[in-house]
Write a protein of this length. Structure first.
Ligand code: SF4
Length: 339
């Protein structure tokens, strides 16, 4: 992370600033505020904060709320960006708090067959501040963050890692790193870098296939990533950090749900620091796939369990408002979807 003030031009986004950069600005312009004040969840930001921002040429907030849609346990917020695109953030209520499912990119380059977010390709990376702001806007009840919104977080490695560092800084939001999950298709080079980071985050890998051929069909953008390197990189991260890595497996009838797939899953993960989340596909318009049956999911779960592989069947929240995994579209500022 570049901790100098180089590149910190007027109109920089306050939520892009590290505590050190804030101190440097404070030394230059003087301040009556703390670094922590930058992360105020209030809609009407305090006057002294606004005065400081005016004086220093800083933009306190960059996202504009364009729409909100409430479901039974979740809420989808459409945030407008300066360049005419809009991203979605999903808030999920839990018994002991709230999870913010944040976007990391404007669109996505990987074009997974089962996902709406990659249908328009990648437009650009979100800045660290644009990621942090999604959490700030979600309010103080958020105690978990999952990078499962629009975009592939490890394809925007530097900004995602900067956002995590800003979120967890004790002088700022002090968000517990243990409450942050990075969910990725697993880019081998980025997994090697992540292995060396000292961050107690959780890691989830979207696996979805047990052979290279099927994975290439489901995740066309990851064709150059060897499946065995993805698995080995994730397991190596888990061993290095003494943690368990979660592999998500979307069970798709006739595509990846054969007995041979089951056997390969068992041999890949038996005795390894791994757990499997089996998932049902959430329908996406104009995508020709089918959700699996309860019976098939149950069969996979039972066989994996018997083989000693930790496994759960996960159902995602938000299907009632098109906010479940894979259902978020890149949109324009009026909410019209792109792709
Ligand atoms: S599942 Fe993730 S990596 Fe694949 S297209 Fe959707 S956002 Fe991109």
């Amino acid at each position: 992370m570049d901790e100098s003030l180089e590149g910190v031009s007027p109109r920089i986004h306050a939520l892009d600033l590290t505590a050190r950069q804030f101190d440097m600005l404070a030394a230059a312009y003087g301040t009556a505020i703390d670094y922590r004040d930058l992360f105020s969840p209030q809609r009407d930001l305090p006057g002294r904060l606004r005065d400081w921002a005016d004086k220093s040429g800083i933009r306190l907030r960059k996202l504009s709320t364009k729409a909100r849609e409430r479901g039974s346990r979740s809420e989808k917020v459409l945030f407008g960006l300066d360049d005419g695109y809009a991203i979605e953030t999903v808030l999920i209520r839990r018994r002991d708090g709230m999870t913010a499912c944040v976007s990391s990119q404007v669109g996505c380059a990987f074009a997974c067959r089962f996902c709406a977010s990659g249908q328009a390709g990648l437009k650009r990376n979100l800045s660290a501040g644009e990621i942090v702001e999604q959490v700030v806007r979600a309010g103080p009840k958020v105690n978990r963050i999952v990078f499962m919104g629009i975009g592939e977080p490890l394809n925007n490695y530097a900004n995602v890692l900067d956002a995590i560092r800003i979120l967890r800084d004790r002088r700022g939001m002090a968000f517990p790193t243990s409450g942050i999950t990075v969910s990725t298709i697993g880019i081998p080079k980025a997994l090697r870098s992540l292995r060396e980071e000292h961050l107690a985050i959780s890691l989830t890998i979207s696996l979805h296939a047990t052979t290279q051929e099927v994975r290439d069909r489901l995740i066309p953008g990851a064709r150059k990533h060897a499946l065995r390197e993805v698995v080995a990189g994730a397991l190596s991260w888990a061993q290095r950090h003494n943690r368990v890595v979660t592999f998500v497996y979307l069970v798709l009838p006739g595509i990846n749900d054969t007995h041979a797939d089951l056997q390969r899953l068992i041999s890949m993960f038996s005795g390894r620091p791994a757990r499997i989340n089996l998932m049902r596909w959430n329908p996406v318009d104009s995508v020709d796939l089918a959700p699996t049956s309860d019976d098939r999911l149950g069969f996979f779960r039972q066989k994996l369990e018997r083989a000693g592989v930790p496994v759960v069947v996960r159902d995602t929240q938000g299907r009632d408002i098109g906010a479940a995994c894979g259902q978020l579209w890149l949109r324009d500022l009026t909410g019209i979807r792109i792709g």
